[in-house]
Design a protein. Structure first.
Length: 721
């Protein structure tokens, strides 16, 4: 039954394996036939190589790997008169390049194992070739001795030719070759190996192998050597450094094989050396570039993390101290002077920081941008890290000259110190980063120590920030309403919508916990629109249920970011039209601080809303720099006094200064035809005083805490007070 053919590389039939083997033999023959002294034809020579190749293929895949076939193949080459200088090197090159390619798909042996076996087969073949060549020379010498009386002249010519061929192979090899006895005395070295060691042959030939020890030798190198000279192993391969005569280091891939005599007893060592010094230096250079910052030359994030992880490894009495530095105002330098000037500034800063960390166990690294870290280790880092942080800030105190300008550089430093083994590198760096921003928010040009509670708050803030978008999509926000009460008759005038977040882990969160985060992320715009839609819808529902009373007003807060949003007016109009609520029933509250210094472009959307009939309230009035004259140009109709004024009325008697201030604000507001609402009313005495001062409406716990919308409906039916 004929087996279907299979694609190349996915398995092959026996005929396919034989064809690949014959192609390998053809390549081998083409390589060495021109330099072979044989009477065979090309086809006959390939027939001689075919069984040798078959043995090599079998040895390559044999479960109990044995290099004896390769050793025999090397001897067979000598037997076939393949002793020209290039015969061995070409054979080794063909095996290295093509044996695995044409003979390596027979079994499921891993590729790395095949390459390792191929290398060992090459070494065995070289050993067999050298041993056979030497034995052949000895045989020929014996033959010459026996026939010296009758054929001395011819024997001398043959001996000379044989020695010449051997010497040509030995000296012409592209790798270093040395032969030593079992005591380690170097007997022969070729020209390549001599050049590798500096060109002085007597410095190599006079050596004993034991003198070539190097401090960076792998621990098992000399154990392998001892096993080889005892005859317990046939060869070994290692990466080994040597000292040259001038003290420089030579790195090699070293293969040592054992040569046995005719009776199988160990006789010589054959060493093959490949010079890998340049390749190793290149790897070291690449490693340096991968672990150091290209601009400043400091260790980069990768190398710093390696060093930090070692410093944090558990050890008795070990401690660490970390300073995380971020330059204050560096972006302004980049924006004003350009990135080239910023780079020169960073280089100078790096030089100064490096001079701050010169003690044992200290290092400085650049994490990226204008962020640097300094690490100190040892048993006394509680004191040393403070000294290091002070040195860092002091090094930045002297102005830095860039492009003829003297730039004053300041920095904020977060300091983390503690015993090793308690935290991971990522946790330490996160704590240092959080602490650095705490120092920056405190004014900069200072250092702060890490605080676990502050870290926890910062991590919580970050968690809330990342959870905000999904929370809005999942409907985790809800609105509570606090009534606005007429001070004159105690009737409910309206309600303020106050958004809350029902967080799955942290419970109900007030706006002070997440509104600033929403401002920073831009989520305040969709969140604010959702609050407006819900509040307006609820106000419309109240109106339909309480049609006998006047129009119930709903107050909704606007953030500074919403004020700058181009669709503020369009979105508000759309919400009102879809709900059916009259514009006069909506009051948008804007904080006083958001309108300080506001230009006409910012006030334009508020004026448009006010012209539609929407009330604009100036919230938290009196908390900032209150430019009373500026009230004339603002499109506001309501002033909301901050709760700080009502707080002063809780004492008995009330603070007369607060009373005068409130009285003056109310008088001014009424003269400008502005209504006055007061926040934070908690007692009846406060409500009475505010009523006497002429305030129009109020809100606070005295009337009702913020609650569900049905509570407002109940207040509408029964009045608040």
């Amino acid at each position: 039954m004929k087996v279907p053919s299979q694609p190349t590389g996915s398995g092959a039939e026996p005929d396919g394996l034989e064809d690949r083997l014959r192609r390998f033999v053809t390549i081998w023959s083409r390589a060495i036939f021109p330099v072979t002294a044989t009477s065979l034809t090309r086809a006959e020579f390939e027939g001689h190589l075919l069984p040798l190749a078959r043995e090599l293929r079998t040895a390559l895949h044999d479960r109990s790997f044995d290099t004896a076939p390769a050793h025999r193949a090397g001897a067979a080459l000598v037997a076939a008169h393949c002793t020209d200088p290039d015969a061995l090197s070409r054979t080794l090159g063909v095996i290295d390049s093509y044996l695995v390619l044409y003979c390596g798909t027979e079994q499921d042996t891993p590729g790395e194992e095949l390459r390792a076996r191929c290398s060992r087969l090459q070494h065995a073949m070289a050993a067999g070739f050298a041993q056979a060549l030497r034995e052949r020379t000895l045989v020929e010498q014996e033959a010459i001795a026996r026939s010296s009386l009758t054929a001395r002249s011819a024997a001398e010519v043959a001996l000379h030719a044989t020695e010449t061929r051997f010497r040509a192979v030995f000296e012409g090899a592209a790798i270093g070759i040395a032969i030593a006895d079992l005591e380690g005395n170097v007997l022969e070295v070729n020209e390549t190996l001599t050049r590798m060691f500096g060109g002085l042959e007597h410095h190599v030939r006079s050596k004993n192998v034991s003198e070539w020890a190097h401090p960076e030798d792998a621990p098992h190198v000399w154990r392998l050597y001892d096993e080889l000279v005892r005859g317990e192993r046939e060869h070994y391969r290692v990466e080994k450094p040597y000292y040259r005569g001038d003290g420089t280091v030579l790195w090699t891939n070293l293969t040592v094989s054992l040569l046995r005599d005719a009776e199988g007893f160990p006789q010589y060592q054959l060493a093959l050396m490949e010079d890998t010094t340049e390749r190793r230096l290149l790897n070291l250079r690449l490693r340096y570039e991968a672990t150091h910052d290209a601009l400043t030359g400091l260790p980069n994030r990768t190398l710093f993390f390696e060093r930090l992880e070692k410093a944090l490894a558990p050890a008795e009495g070990a401690r660490f101290g970390l300073c995380y530095l971020d330059l204050d105002g560096f972006k302004a330098i980049n924006d004003s002077l350009g990135h080239s000037a910023g780079d020169r500034l960073l280089v100078e800063v790096a030089d100064r920081l490096q001079s701050c960390a010169t003690a044992p166990g200290e290092m400085v690294a650049r994490l990226g941008g204008d962020e640097f870290v300094a690490l100190t280790t040892g048993p006394h880092t509680e004191r040393e890290v403070v000294e290091l942080a002070n040195r860092i800030l002091a090094s930045l105190a002297t102005p830095i000259g860039v492009d003829g300008r003297e730039l004053t550089v300041r920095g904020s430093v977060g300091v983390v110190e503690g015993p090793a083994g308690e935290r991971t590198a990522a946790e330490v760096l996160r704590s240092a980063d959080i602490t650095m921003y705490r120092a920056k928010s405190a004014g900069g040009n200072r250092f702060e120590f890490a605080d676990a509670e502050a870290d926890a708050r910062a991590i919580t803030r970050h968690g809330l920030t990342t959870a905000l978008p999904a929370a809005l999509e999942r409907g985790e926000f809800f609105i509570e309403y606090q009534p606005l009460v007429h001070l004159g008759d105690g009737s409910v005038h309206g309600a303020e919508a106050l958004v809350r977040w029902c967080h799955p882990q942290h419970g109900v969160l007030g706006p002070d916990r997440f509104i600033p985060l929403a401002e920073n992320t831009g989520l305040i715009v969709p969140l604010g629109r959702w609050v407006l839609e819900e509040a307006v819808r609820q106000a419309r529902f109240w109106q339909t249920r309480h049609s006998d009373g006047g129009p119930l007003r709903i107050n909704v807060n606007l953030s500074p970011t919403q004020l700058h949003h181009p669709r503020l007016v369009a979105d508000t109009v759309d919400v009102l039209e879809r709900s059916g609520l009259e514009p006069g029933a909506l009051c948008l509250e804007v904080t006083e601080s958001a309108l300080i210094g506001a230009d006409d472009d910012l006030l334009k959307p508020l004026r448009q809303l006010a012209e539609m009939g929407v009330d604009i309230a100036l919230d938290d009035f009196g908390t900032g720099y209150s430019n009373l004259a500026n009230l004339r140009r603002l499109p506001v109709s309501v002033l909301k006094l901050d709760r700080s004024f009502t707080r002063g009325m809780q004492q008995h008697p009330a603070d007369p200064v607060d009373l005068k201030i409130v009285e003056g604000i109310v008088s001014l507001a009424h003269s400008l035809k502005l209504a006055v609402t007061v926040e934070g009313v908690e007692t009846g005495a406060q409500a009475q005083q505010l009523r006497e001062l002429g305030c129009d409406t109020a809100q606070g716990w005295y009337y009702a805490r913020p609650g569900a919308p049905d509570r407002i409906h109940a207040l509408l039916l029964a009045d608040a007070v």
